[in-house]
Design a protein around this ligand. Structure first.
Ligand code: E4P
Length: 223
């Protein structure tokens, strides 16, 4: 399962790429507004840092298919590299996805709350489908189960479309999807940092160092 950073702040993205096995960045319109900067300035600086090969996903704002397609063209041209345009999985969005795929775009179908949306997006040719786990849970449904069902729909129908699970609030949600083997998870830095925030691990490592330094001298390492 690919691990992707769900954020637009360059400092946080840099930290994630320096320390964790992440391979791309997703943004959404709300995430971009939090930077307080021009959206293209944000996306171009992310692209410059992660390089042309890494996935960068960014979302259109228009709600009609023609508007979505027009934005997708400008966004791909301006941001460049391995760019995925995020299209909300509405009726208009499905029309845009079908047409964008004919024009060779890489498409992430987003705002997915139900398996039927995911099926339609895959049939329309989307490369990724992004179910919003935590938001589904907040509606009283089961986000993990929905993402696993979507994965099964893709496998059972031979779609090339992958799940890009989104909207995580904790480690367990990510782990469940890794166990199931979904294609990718996009996760915010706060949640990623907690993957290795473990007092038992810290205590074990501290004890090894303490034992070693008590015998071979303070500050001694294997150098
Ligand atoms: C990703 O593409 C989504 O926009 C994002 O994960 C939504 O996360 P949220 O539910 O925490 O806002």
């Amino acid at each position: 399962m690919k691990l992707i950073v769900d954020h637009a702040d360059l400092d946080q993205i840099k930290e994630m790429f320096e320390y964790f096995p992440v391979s791309g960045v997703t943004t959404n319109p709300t995430i971009i507004t939090r930077t307080g900067k021009d959206p293209y300035e944000v996306l171009k600086s992310i692209r410059e840092f992660i390089g042309a090969d890494a996935e960068l996903h960014a979302q259109v704002i228009s709600s009609d298919a023609e508007g979505m397609m027009a934005e997708a063209k400008v966004m791909r041209e301006t941001v460049g590299g391995n760019f995925y345009v995020k299209i909300p999985t509405t009726k208009e969005g499905l029309k845009a996805i079908k047409n964008l795929k004919k024009e060779g775009f890489k498409v992430t179908a987003t705002a997915v709350y139900t398996s039927i949306q995911a099926y339609l997006a895959a049939e329309a040719g989307a490369d990724y489908v992004a179910p919003y786990l935590n938001r589904i849970d907040n509606l009283g449904y089961d986000g993990i189960q929905t993402a696993c069902d979507i994965h099964d729909i893709f496998e059972n129908n031979g779609y090339q479309t992958k799940v890009l699970a989104a909207s995580f609030k904790n480690t367990q949600q990510v782990l469940e999807l890794a166990k199931y083997g979904v294609g990718a998870a996009t996760v915010a830095p706060d949640v990623i940092r907690n993957f290795v925030n473990n007092v038992a691990v810290d205590s074990a490592v501290d004890a090894f160092v303490k034992d070693f330094n008590a015998t071979y001298g303070d500050g001694k390492t294997m150098l």
